[in-house]
Design a protein around this ligand. Structure first.
Ligand SMILES: NC(=O)c1ccc[n+]([C@@H]2O[C@H](COP(=O)([O-])OP(=O)(O)OC[C@H]3O[C@@H](n4cnc5c(N)ncnc54)[C@H](O)[C@@H]3O)[C@@H](O)[C@H]2O)c1
Length: 332
C-alpha cells in the first residue's frame, strides 16, 4: 500500500483521483487551498481509513516538503486552471502555476519521489494541425494577450519537470490533458459542458461563444484518472509527455443541441460574440484533437466512455443538485 499526495485534491479531477486510489486500497493525502476546489468534493472521504486532507497552499514550502517526504508519489494537479481565470487574475495565476510546480519538483527531487505534472492541450497554442502530437512545435500568441499566460505557465512547468528528469533522472511524467469532463466540474470558470447542462435544465438559452463551428473533444474523468495512475506505474513513461483525452470530435453547436436533447429541455441557443465574453483580441482555437498513439503504446489507453456517457452523468448530477437546491447555479 503506497501513499499518494494529490495537490489540488479537492478539485474536480483531483477528487476523482482520490476516490480511485482509495478504492484500490491505497493511502491518499490531499493538499488544497480551496481556491477553485470545494470541500464538498471530498467530504465523503472524511474519516475514511487511509485518507488525510490538509487545507493549505502548495506554496507553503515547509508544509509541502513534509507532505512529500511522507508520500511515495506526487500527483501535482494544483493550479490556477483555465484561460478565463488567468485573464481575470493574471499575476496570481502565473505565480501560482510556476512557483507551485517548482516547489513540488524541488521537494520531490530532495526525497527522490516520482511526480506527475498536469499540463494542458493549451500548450499547442494556435497550431492548426488536424491532430496534436506531443513532439509538435508549439505556436504561441504574443505576451500582451493574457490568454497565452495559461499555456506559457504550463509549458514552463513542463520544461522544469523535464529538466529534473534530464539532469538527475527524477521520475517525472508530464500529461497534457485535453478537455476533461464529468461530475463535480464547476461551470464557474467558463467550462462549457457544466454551463450548457445548467442552462438546459433551467430552460435558459445555451450561450455559444463565437459562431459555434469550433470543435472540441471531451474525455470522461473516469477514463482520465486511471490513465494518470497507470502512467505512474510505468518507468517507460518517465521523462516523457503524454496527451490524454478523447478524439471524438464535436462542434460546439452540435454539443449544444446534444445537451438540449439529453436534458429533455426546450432551451434555445444564443450566440455571444467573443468580444462580449473576453477582452479585445481574444482568440479561440478552431479544433483541438489529441494524437493518442503514444499513451496507447505505453499503457494501452483508449477512451471507453462516449460523449453521451459524459452528458448522462453530468445531467444526472446537476438534476440532483437542482432538486436539492432549486436556486443553485451550475454545479457550484
Ligand atoms: N479539467 C480539464 O479539462 C483540464 C484540462 C487541462 C489541464 N487541466 C489541469 O488539470 C489539473 C486539475 O484541474 P481541474 O479541472 O481538476 O481544476 P480544479 O480547479 O477543479 O482543480 C485545481 C485544484 O487546485 C487547487 N489549488 C489551486 N492552487 C492551489 C495552491 N496554490 N495550493 C493548493 N491548492 C491549489 C484548487 O483549489 C482546486 O481544487 C490542473 O492542473 C489543470 O491545469 C485540466
Amino acid at each position: 500500500m503506497a501513499t499518494h499526495l494529490i495537490t489540488g485534491g479537492a478539485g474536480f479531477i483531483g477528487s476523482h483521483l482520490a476516490d480511485y486510489l482509495l478504492g484500490r486500497g491505497e493511502r491518499v493525502i490531499v493538499i488544497d487551498n480551496l481556491s477553485t476546489g470545494r470541500f464538498s468534493n471530498i467530504e465523503h472521504l472524511e474519516g475514511r481509513s487511509g485518507f488525510e486532507c490538509v487545507i493549505d497552499d502548495v506554496r507553503n514550502e515547509h508544509l509541502l516538503d513534509e507532505l512529500i517526504r511522507r508520500a511515495d508519489r506526487v500527483f501535482h494537479l494544483a493550479a490556477s486552471v483555465g484561460v478565463r481565470l488567468i485573464i481575470e487574475r493574471q499575476t496570481e495565476s502565473l505565480i501560482n502555476n510556476i512557483l507551485g510546480t517548482e516547489r513540488v519538483l524541488r521537494s520531490a527531487s530532495r526525497y527522490r519521489k516520482s511526480v506527475l505534472i498536469t499540463s494542458t492541450s493549451e500548450v499547442y497554442g494556435k497550431s492548426q494541425k488536424p491532430v496534436f502530437s506531443e513532439s509538435d512545435d508549439r505556436i504561441m500568441g504574443p505576451t500582451d494577450k493574457a490568454r497565452w499566460g495559461y499555456a506559457s505557465s504550463k509549458a514552463t512547468d513542463e520544461f522544469l519537470a523535464l529538466a529534473h528528469y534530464q539532469e538527475s533522472k527524477l521520475p517525472v511524467v508530464v500529461v497534457r490533458l485535453f478537455n476533461t469532463v464529468g461530475p463535480r466540474q464547476t461551470g464557474r470558470y467558463g467550462m462549457v459542458i457544466p454551463n450548457f447542462v445548467a442552462q438546459a435544465l433551467k430552460a435558459q438559452p445555451l450561450s455559444v461563444f463565437g459562431d459555434g463551428t469550433q470543435t472540441r473533444c471531451f474525455a470522461h474523468v473516469h477514463d482520465v484518472v486511471p490513465a494518470l495512475v497507470e502512467l505512474m506505474n510505468r518507468p517507460a513513461a518517465y521523462g516523457k509527455v503524454f496527451n490524454i483525452g478523447s478524439n471524438e470530435e464535436i462542434s460546439i453547436n452540435q454539443l449544444a443541441e446534444r445537451v438540449i436533447q439529453k436534458a429533455g429541455s426546450n432551451s434555445a441557443i444564443t450566440y455571444v460574440p467573443y468580444e462580449a465574453a473576453y477582452p479585445p483580441g481574444f482568440e479561440d482555437m478552431e479544433r483541438r484533437v489529441p494524437d493518442l498513439r503514444r499513451i496507447g503504446d505505453v499503457i494501452g489507453y483508449r477512451p471507453r466512455k462516449t460523449l453521451d456517457d459524459i452528458l448522462a452523468d453530468v445531467v444526472e448530477e446537476q438534476r440532483r443538485h437542482l432538486q436539492a437546491e432549486p436556486n443553485a447555479g451550475a454545479a457550484g
